[in-house]
Design a protein around this ligand. Structure first.
Ligand SMILES: [Zn+2]
Length: 402
């Protein structure tokens, strides 16, 4: 079928549009949508839909914008299930941590890393993620970080340089020397493949001055800033993000009132990663406090082999609703439009005419089912830039309507 053909999706029980002008969740009932040239060409009541070349009957099911997962660590080798099992059992486990993955990643071939990465990307797409960010951070040498970013750039434009993930063992006695490497020769090698620079600003990782220096060097090289902030305890991460003009401060689990004020009074998005709290059995961030203060909140997976090995945005939505007291509308907005904000993208996260036609057909009549039926596969079909890339758009034969 030629790319220029238009497709009408009609019989949509609930069309989540997230009207971009209002910056809030919005939806239409009994709706239709037309895709043409990879974009949304029209939305409105099904009864008034114009004709199109092809027609899909949603049969009362819901259509949402594709998920925008703005925080993921996908270039790595190995796995850490034994570490996870020990943590859940409350058993000590010495051979764990980020450096285990660093060692495995350095030792892996390009082909192994690429195969792992592509498997995760396919897994995300099947679960409705049509845009995702991908960080480096398991190489921590100039060639290994550059290799991770080149691989990430094969699969997404949202590539993030995270040389400042942790100080590698060979710099254990000279952390300042490692910061110089990260903001010097390593940045030079990595910037051509990246759009963003990120720092793990936390006790035991990088302090405020080192984090600010890395972000400043990244910005001078043309990269936008993001920060891993206030995950494990109170700290300077959010303030560093605000001062650097970062697009997003990620985790935001331990915040002071001044941190909340900084997020509310700047365009910095608070990206919450409930998969990490789930995977480490830590307290969840206080999403209600942030939302009530007027902070823009995004949800993302933090997909990584250590603390959060999920690629599922529906799982994160369910956690956000059940454990973080977000409404179903807030959680779906945060996983779509919020993620778009965190990536400073205006073409995704909503379904107004002119938006990229990234959308999900749910096997359910309402967005609320994403949290109401946790753990159940409900992504019937996924379109990316107007192309059907996962699932089937027709209801299963003999299936009862929702
Ligand atoms: Zn992370």
């Amino acid at each position: 079928m030629p790319e220029t053909q238009s497709t009408l999706i009609t019989g949509i029980g609930q069309l989540v549009t997230n009207d971009a002008d209002q910056g809030a969740y919005a939806a239409l009932a009994d709706a239709a949508l037309i895709i043409a040239d990879g974009e949304v060409a029209w939305t409105g009541p099904a009864s008034r839909a114009p004709a199109a070349d092809a027609v899909v009957d949603a049969a009362g099911r819901a259509v949402l914008p594709g998920f925008a997962d703005s925080h993921a660590h996908l270039v790595f080798a190995g796995e850490r299930s034994a570490e996870f099992a020990a943590r859940m059992a409350g058993r000590p486990y010495r051979a764990g941590g980020i450096l285990v993955t660093v060692e495995a990643t350095r030792a892996a071939s390009d082909a192994t890393l690429r195969a792992n990465l592509r498997r995760l990307v396919a897994e995300m797409l099947r679960q409705g993620t049509t845009t995702f960010e991908c960080k480096s951070g398991y190489g921590l040498t100039v060639p290994d970080e550059a290799r991770a970013l080149a691989l990430a750039a094969e699969v997404t434009p949202e590539v993030t340089y995270l040389g400042a993930h942790v100080v590698p063992p060979e710099f254990a006695g000279d952390p300042a020397g490692y910061v110089d490497l990260v903001r010097g020769p390593m940045l030079d090698a990595c910037a051509p493949s990246a759009r963003w620079v990120d720092v793990f600003c936390e006790d035991g990782a990088f302090g405020a001055d080192a984090a600010a220096a890395v972000l400043a060097a990244g910005r001078a090289a043309g990269l936008g800033a993001r920060v891993h902030a206030n995950q494990l305890g109170p700290g300077p991460g959010v303030q560093v993000a605000a001062e650097a003009g970062a697009a997003s401060a990620d985790h935001c689990t331990f915040l002071t009132d001044a941190d909340v004020d900084a997020l509310a009074s700047t365009p910095v998005v608070a990206t919450l990663l409930p998969g990490a709290e789930f995977g480490t059995r830590q307290p969840f961030p206080d999403a209600r406090r942030l939302l009530d203060a007027g902070v823009t909140v995004a949800l993302a997976t933090d997909c990584n082999p250590g603390s959060s090995f999920t690629s599922s945005m529906p799982f994160c939505i369910a956690l956000a609703v059940r454990e973080m007291r977000m409404t179903t509308e807030e959680a779906v907005w945060a996983a779509t439009a919020g993620g778009a904000r965190a990536l400073r993208r205006t073409d995704i996260g909503h379904l107004a005419p002119g938006a990229r036609a990234d959308l999900i057909l749910l096997d359910a009549p309402s967005h609320a089912y994403l949290a109401y039926r946790p753990g159940v596969p409900q992504i019937a079909a996924v379109w990316q830039a107007g192309r059907l890339v996962a699932g089937v758009s027709t209801p299963a034969a003999g299936a009862a309507g929702p």
